[in-house]
Ligand binder design. Structure first.
Ligand code: ADP
Ligand code: MG
Length: 392
């Protein structure tokens, strides 16, 4: 019988293999919602996607479109599974090999950032977003005896980092290792994850705290950035594979630990907050949100243009994401857009952000170190065996 027809693919070199350390950017279009179906009925489509060509066309006027190319173009029909496979899976695979990895969503409020990243899919597992699917893959590939996964969940609001796993812990410091330059948040609650159930519980708790904190501060979650940090320690035995004969001192035993850090960032809405009409707290808030997001935009511009000065220190967000842009991490960005012609301006600015991010090159570097703990355990065992043998 005839072989099944194969899917048509754009030819030479899929970006997955060509991208190297470059930041990969996918664009995802949200389906039209009920309101838009009514209100936009008389307008011509604002966005046209050509997924096979990895192209997006944005209407300029009645006759003309601007065309943009992305690493991946996800239509309104793309499933959550496919979005995970395209956007996050390669990053998760790298993290399991000991690299740092980042998945981030950028876009106007209401375009699907949280749907893409944070959806729990309790009612329907096919609706699960990137956070849950990533953890499924991570859990499936580690060994509970030797490896560990720990998770922190943070909210960054008005240049303050809050712990979504402990509401009392509402001003967390970013600490930079003076030697390596590595950034961490040792003050944040860190929870060991053993199974999917404990991870779902953690996400639910974080979301509940996020709602409570935002109610108290009288703000909306679209005004803050949510940051999930997953730290993975995976043991690898380089050579001299474990021998059962422990009385023989095996000098080639070289235990290593790979430390991958996986960060998922659900950014605040990228829409410009109009200064007119914004007063007091709201205006302060607007400036402050703009601070972190515009600092991110400035860093990405500087990196895209190979500028010598990248203003990483200008905001908490850019300090936290230091390794994600221009650092050693594998980074994947999904920019989310809506179909409505009424938001054409915001859609255009989101697309430009994504286009600039595609020019950012990272230098991927494995995070591997000698595992002293494991070596000393092994030596102790060998010593015990030698002593036991001599006492016989
Ligand atoms: P954001 O986090 O960017 O503000 P949300 O993820 O909350 O946006 O999405 C806004 C609304 O649109 C939600 O009701 C969400 O379920 C829906 N939505 C977003 N993207 C999609 C999609 N790809 N398919 C179906 N519904 C979506
Ligand atoms: Mg959201």
């Amino acid at each position: 019988s005839a072989p099944p027809p194969t899917l048509r693919r754009s030819s030479a070199g899929s970006p997955k293999h060509d991208a190297g350390g470059r930041v990969r950017v996918a664009v995802r279009l949200r389906p039209q919602n009920q309101e838009e179906m009514v209100e936009d009925a008389d307008f011509a489509d604002c966005v046209e996607l050509q997924p096979e060509l990895k192209r997006l066309r944005l209407r300029k006027n009645n006759w003309d479109f601007d065309t943009y190319e992305f690493d991946e173009v996800l239509t309104e029909f793309a499933s959550q599974k496919r979005v995970y496979e395209v956007v996050a899976k390669p990053v998760v695979e790298s993290v399991l090999e000991g690299y740092n990895g980042t998945v981030m969503a950028y876009g106007q409020t209401g375009t699907g950032k949280t749907h893409t990243l944070g959806r729990l899919g309790e009612e329907d597992t096919s609706a699960r977003g990137i956070m849950v699917r990533s953890m499924e893959d991570i859990l499936a590939s580690i060994s509970p005896q030797t490896d560990s996964i720990s998770v922190s969940y943070l909210q960054l609001y008005m240049e303050t980092i809050q712990d979504l796993l402990d509401p009392m812990n509402d001003n967390i410091a970013i600490v930079e290792d003076p030697k390596t330059g590595d950034v961490s948040v040792p003050g944040a609650t860190s929870v060991d994850i053993r199974d999917e159930h404990s991870f779902m519980e953690l996400l639910r708790l974080g979301e509940a705290h996020r709602i409570a904190a935002n109610t108290k501060l009288n703000t909306e979650s679209s005004r803050s950035h949510a940051i999930l940090m997953v730290q993975i320690r995976k043991s690898v035995v380089e050579s001299g594979a474990e021998t059962n004969n422990s009385s023989h001192v095996d000098k080639s035993f070289k235990p290593l630990v790979r430390k991958g850090k996986f960060v998922v960032v659900d950014l605040a809405g990228s829409e410009r907050v109009h200064k007119s009409g914004s007063e007091g707290h709201v205006l302060e808030e607007a400036k402050s949100i703009n601070l972190s997001l515009s600092a991110l935009g400035k860093c990405i511009n500087a990196l895209a243009e190979n500028s010598t000065h990248v203003p990483v220190r200008d905001s908490k967000l850019t300090r936290l994401l230091k390794d994600s842009f221009g650092g050693t991490a594998r980074t994947s960005l999904v920019v989310t857009i809506g179909p409505s012609p009424r938001h054409r301006g915001e859609t255009a600015s989101t697309i430009l952000f994504g286009q600039r991010a595609m020019k950012v090159e990272n230098m991927l570097k494995i995070k591997e170190e000698f595992d002293y703990k494991s070596l000393s355990r092994k030596l102790e065992m060998q010593l015990d065996a030698v002593i036991a043998e001599n006492e016989r």
